[in-house]
Design a binder for this molecule. Structure first.
Ligand SMILES: [Zn+2]
Length: 92
């Protein structure tokens, strides 16, 4: 086995029973920590943008699946944007 079995705190990466990393070749704890640090900011951006999106479309757009889909789109875009900004800062 090329990668030794290891444990980590990231619930998305580990077996829920043993807490051993399921794919140690695919899981980078440092990368996940860096991404997780951006989540609260991305959530705020997504909520602001999804609310703006909904306010231009009337009250019917402010609840329900269309709003949630838009929120997920905005969240994904915000994460990409924050990650790119972070990468630009790191490489300077
Ligand atoms: Zn990890």
């Amino acid at each position: 086995m090329p990668y030794p079995a290891r444990k980590c705190k990231h619930t998305e990466a580990v077996c829920p029973v043993t807490h051993v990393v399921i794919r140690p070749d695919k899981h980078d704890c440092g990368y996940v920590d860096e991404r997780n640090r951006l989540l609260p900011q991305a959530e705020r951006i997504a909520t602001t943008r999804a609310d703006e999106w909904a306010s231009m479309r009337g009250s019917y757009a402010q609840t329900g699946p269309a709003y949630r889909q838009q929120w997920v789109r905005e969240f994904s875009a915000a994460m990409d944007q924050l990650w790119a900004e972070r990468a630009a800062k790191v490489s300077k």
